[in-house]
Design a protein around this ligand. Structure first.
Ligand SMILES: O=C(Nc1ccccc1)[C@H](C1CCCCC1)n1c(-c2ccc(Cl)cc2)nc2cc(F)c(F)cc21
Length: 232
């Protein structure tokens, strides 16, 4: 059985990414807010657009800490951000939903989200994804690296130098693979399961425009940044 070992450089890389991931987090108040009060579909939609707008700004800051990201072609940096923003938001939402909460809180949170204004047909696939992320019981380093791997997806639209992105992504995948083996020794397939969630994430993210325009209310207003990032 080959001995899996994380090198000093990989250790340093993981620390940079994880610290940045924890630093560049929008305040977790979205879950707290939802647990405090029941809002109308309009108020929930406004909350979503505010949270999503600040999450994009946070994502830009986070990518500045990914070693090698700023050395990529500038237009490719934008293409990677634009291409991964929605997935990063759903991944973050899943991690927020899966966090350990006092008993009964997750049920209330789920109920509030079910009734937030999202159209019925998207509720099941969305919670199936959230629960499948929750079942992985990821440590924060895995969460940070998974988000980084998602951002560094070479085949996003308009990326010119895919090889350069692929090289960066492979560096991150190597660390993530080793981390999974070390963190979940009983589960040799854990890393493969983790990557399988990225496929589910991409599918869910295909619905996002539909989810927004079908929010149960009239006159959906978006911030200029969201119009840029979301195809709305
Ligand atoms: O804000 C949000 N998610 C967010 C988190 C982090 C960063 C950016 C955005 C919204 C809420 C949903 C209820 C109304 C208010 C916004 N949100 C979503 C969600 C996101 C996009 C679409 Cl199209 C549908 C649902 N899933 C969530 C799971 C949670 F545990 C949760 F707490 C908040 C969640």
């Amino acid at each position: 059985k080959e001995k899996v070992e994380i090198t000093k450089e990989q250790q340093a890389l993981m620390k940079i990414i994880t610290d940045a991931y924890n630093r560049h987090q929008i305040p977790q108040d979205v879950a707290k807010k939802l647990l405090q009060d029941q809002y109308s579909a309009e108020e929930n939609f406004l909350l979503l657009t505010e949270m999503a707008t600040s999450q994009v700004q946070v994502l830009v800051e986070f990518t500045k800490n990914i070693p090698g990201f700023l050395s990529l072609d500038r237009e490719d940096q934008i293409a990677l951000l634009k291409g991964s923003a929605v997935e990063a938001m759903f991944l973050r939402s899943a991690q927020v939903f899966s966090r350990k909460m006092p008993s009964g809180h997750t049920e209330v949170l789920e109920e509030r989200i079910r009734k937030s204004g999202i159209s019925e047909e998207f509720i099941t696939p969305m919670f199936n994804f959230y629960k499948s992320i929750g079942e992985l019981h990821m440590v924060q380093e895995e969460q940070a690296l998974l988000t980084t791997v998602t951002i560094l997806t070479p085949d996003r639209p308009y990326v010119k130098d895919q090889q350069a992105v692929e090289r960066l992504q492979e560096t991150m995948l190597d660390v993530l693979r080793k981390l999974c083996v070390l963190q979940h020794p009983q589960e040799p397939q854990y890393f493969a399961r983790l990557l399988g969630r990225l496929t589910e994430l991409r599918t869910l993210s295909h619905y996002h425009t539909e989810m927004l325009v079908s929010w149960r209310m009239n006159d959906h207003k978006f911030t200029p940044l969201l119009c840029e990032i979301w195809d709305v």
